[in-house]
Design a protein around this ligand. Structure first.
Ligand code: ZN
Length: 153
């Protein structure tokens, strides 16, 4: 068993998001809208040793099976993350995150004049132009967005 596995207790049912880039764990929770207010048990491990010189973050959400639609949002922030679905202590599904064709709500358009930044309360919609290069484009103002500089909604 990997050392990192031992640091966070095993869960019976739920989702484990593994291989989150070091320091991005809290952003992942934010992007998924997970705040623990529904009473679900959430374990967050930051800076877990992974390999010789690397670290990673891990999030375990008990009694919740995150769907592709949810976890694919993470492809923008943590493209190397893996999603593990656990049932009765067993890993029943393991998948990589994959960038969807559009990313809704999570990010704010960087154009201050964009209608999504006005007081109209219009949710952002960004089309993914290039999945490899992670290039997004605001559907409202057509601004091409650098994923590394996006701010969260
Ligand atoms: Zn825009």
């Amino acid at each position: 068993m990997e050392q990192s596995e031992l640091m966070v207790r095993r869960i019976k049912e739920g989702t484990v998001i593994d291989h989150i880039d070091e320091g991005k764990g809290l952003q992942v929770l934010d992007a998924l809208g997970i705040d623990g207010k529904d009473g679900s048990l959430i374990t967050i491990a930051l800076n877990v040793p992974s390999g010789k010189f690397k670290k990673k973050d891990i999030i375990k959400v008990e009694n919740k099976f995150l769907k592709d639609d949810d976890t694919n949002k993470l492809a923008v922030i943590v493209p190397n993350a893996t999603i593990n679905i656990i049932k009765n202590y067993k890993l029943v599904e393991k998948r990589r995150v994959a960038l969807p064709n559009e990313v809704d709500r999570i990010f704010r358009c960087s154009n201050p004049e964009c209608i999504t930044n006005s007081t109209e309360h219009i949710e952002s919609i960004m089309d993914v132009m290039d999945k490899e290069g992670r290039v997004l484009k605001c559907r409202y103002c057509s601004r091409v967005l650098d994923v590394n500089k996006l701010r969260y909604n």
